[in-house]
Design a protein around this ligand. Structure first.
Ligand code: ADP
Ligand code: F6P
Length: 323
């Protein structure tokens, strides 16, 4: 017998491929427990506007393979205020929403934490292509996004090699270099610039390019994370300093779209189901996570106080593998 009768589900912050699979996991699991589900459109903004729909098993048919989120997503300033949070909790009570599944990143979890403090049982499911949620080794969307980036880099590599150019490819990650590091290792790039490690020593990049060019390397791939920016101006300066024709490509939002990978569909389904299990047991203020090969959950306060950095070992291995 579930401890809650009605739950809500919303997606918030940047969308990520696999969010639909998580929504489906939430709805279908809830149905099995006899729990009613209300879908909240457009994240916290939709909650404050009472954009709330009834969901059933059919509402999530035919979505597991689709990128984006059928519930839409948004960022909401009003919800950042204590008044907005109080109002949102009131709206949940008005609609009989006793528990809420929040699919999003750290910012969205801070919102869930506030709602939990107002008495709404809240569970977070990690959804972001950036992989930058500290308590978990997996976030929904990273696998698809990094494969999308890798495939795009492979294509750029073909033309870069034909023209004997240097290509600077900017991948997503405002504060996190996971997509950059993984796509750099996977595509055999010559250099990677991570927000966590970038020292703005452009001269070192130039010197290394000149040396590689002299030793016979005819084309070069440099992966730059969005957080460092300036790829186009960097390309101009590098071309001028090295004499190697250089082009910049910003991959942008294409990395957030597309049909989710098998891994993202499966992990997201399991995490969505696990969030409902926690709510059905009367739990609140939890974040579903993947750690050391297991699906686990953490207290939100504890999860939000954790920190995470690019694993130094992975970064050093990238360096070792460069010719
Ligand atoms: P993400 O969840 O991907 O980290 P954001 O940081 O943009 O994305 O957060 C998404 C939304 O979560 C914000 O627009 C806001 O409504 C809510 N939010 C973010 N930070 C807080 C906070 N400290 N307190 C309450 N709500 C927050
Ligand atoms: O979803 C994460 C992310 O893609 C970051 O890498 C990026 O900086 C940010 O979202 C951009 O979000 P938007 O363009 O939607 O504001």
């Amino acid at each position: 017998m579930s401890k809650v009768q009605t739950i809500g589900v919303l997606t918030s912050g940047g969308d990520a491929p696999g969010m639909n699979a998580a929504i489906r996991g939430v709805v279908r699991t809830a149905m099995k427990y006899g729990i009613k589900v209300k879908g909240i459109m457009r994240g916290y903004a939709g909650l404050l506007n009472e954009e709330i729909i009834d969901m059933d098993s059919m509402s999530v048919s035919d979505i597991i393979h689709r990128g984006g989120t059928i519930l839409y997503t948004a960022r909401c300033m009003e919800f950042m205020t204590p008044e907005g949070q109080e109002k949102a909790a009131e709206i949940c009570r008005k609609h009989g929403i006793e528990g809420l599944v929040v699919i999003g990143g750290d910012g969205s979890f801070r919102g869930a934490q506030k709602l939990a403090n107002h008495g709404i049982n809240a569970v977070g499911v990690p959804g972001t292509i950036d992989l930058d949620i500290s308590c978990t080794e997996y976030t929904i969307g990273f696998d698809t996004a990094v494969n999308t980036a890798m495939e795009a880099i492979d294509k750029i590599r073909d033309t870069s090699a034909s023209h004997e150019r240097c290509s600077i490819i900017e991948v997503m990650g405002r504060n996190a270099g996971y997509i950059a590091l993984w796509s750099a290792i996977a595509s055999g790039a010559e250099d990677v610039l991570l927000p966590e490690r970038y020292d703005y020593n452009e001269q070192a990049i130039i010197d290394s390019l000149i040396e590689k060019h002299r030793s016979g390397k005819t084309h070069h791939i440099i992966i730059n994370a969005e957080g460092n920016g300036h790829s186009t101006s960097m390309a101009k300066r590098i071309e001028q300093a090295t004499g190697i024709e250089t082009r910049a490509t910003v991959l942008g939002h294409m990395q957030r779209g597309g049909s989710p990978s098998c891994k993202d569909r499966v992990y997201a389904s399991i995490m969505g189901a696990k969030a409902v299990e926690l709510l059905s047991e009367g739990k609140t203020k939890r974040i579903v996570a993947y750690k050391n090969g297991d699906y686990v959950d953490f207290d939100i306060d504890e999860a939000l106080s954790m920190t995470k950095d690019i694993p130094e070992e992975q970064y050093q291995i990238f360096r070792k593998l460069v010719r």
